[in-house]
Design a protein around this ligand. Structure first.
Ligand code: ZN
Length: 72
């Protein structure tokens, strides 16, 4: 079964765009979890660019860890 690229379907795109800033992602995308954007939790498949990973995702992760009350 081969996958045919469907340019009519915006969810089936070869060039991924960042789920946070909508810039094109070059190379491998980053996992945007646990960022919540417009009330929606971003999933691994959403992908984000390296800039957002550094500037948004990592700070969110640090905050998330700090908010975990089950951790000391
Ligand atoms: Zn981005």
């Amino acid at each position: 079964m081969s996958h045919k690229y469907n340019w009519m379907d915006k969810n089936d795109t070869e060039v991924k765009s960042c789920s946070i800033c909508n810039e094109e992602i070059y190379g491998m995308g980053n996992n945007p979890q646990p960022v919540i954007l417009n009330g929606k939790k971003l999933e691994v498949e959403d992908s984000c660019c390296r800039d957002c990973n550094d500037n948004v995702v990592i700070p969110a992760r640090i905050q998330d860890i700090n908010n975990r009350k089950d951790l000391n």
